[in-house]
Design a protein around this ligand. Structure first.
Ligand code: FES
Length: 158
């Protein structure tokens, strides 16, 4: 088993809030992600057993959301929006800058395992473009100077 007792208990508690088990799939996935840091087929199997729905329904729900990485990632998962508003305000250049600063390409993790960089579809913060999400936090109206500060702060915390 990958999921620990605490996660299983949390999932069961969340299930009790819904009339149908299937409705608990995203809360269950979130619990698993918070424990493990990413998702995989074994975790989908465990969730499907706990909430008693088909494996494929767990896998389908998980695969829809980029906020749930499907393989191990660094301590900080940087998701840069590359959709239209952010693209018009420099998302490509921002991604290039992050690649240069971190010494990695999109989809890669730094050798110290601190940062993983990906680009994603709209994160719903279009009026604050360009923007990125790092773990649970939004960073908006980005400039290169802001990116420098954010990365420095996160490196210190790591
Ligand atoms: S287009 Fe980037 S947040 Fe919507």
């Amino acid at each position: 088993m990958i999921l620990n007792e605490a996660s299983i208990a949390q999932i069961k508690k969340k299930m009790a809030r819904y009339p149908r088990n299937k409705s608990a799939v995203l809360p269950a996935i979130t619990v698993a992600y918070r424990q493990v840091g990413h998702l995989n087929a074994e975790i989908y199997r465990e969730i499907s057993k706990i909430i008693d729905i088909p494996y494929v329904e767990v896998a389908e729900a998980a695969s829809f959301y980029t906020m749930f990485p499907k393989e191990p990632v660094g301590k900080y998962l940087i998701q840069v929006c590359h959709n239209i508003s952010c693209a018009l305000l420099g998302a490509d250049s921002l991604i290039g800058y992050l690649e240069e600063k971190l010494g990695i390409k999109k989809g890669e993790t730094t050798p110290d395992n601190i940062f993983t960089l990906i680009s994603v579809e709209c994160l719903g913060s279009c009026t604050s473009a360009p923007m990125m999400q790092i773990n649970d936090e939004f960073y908006e109206n980005l400039t290169r100077e802001k990116v420098d500060r954010i990365l420095d702060e996160l490196r210190k915390k790591a």
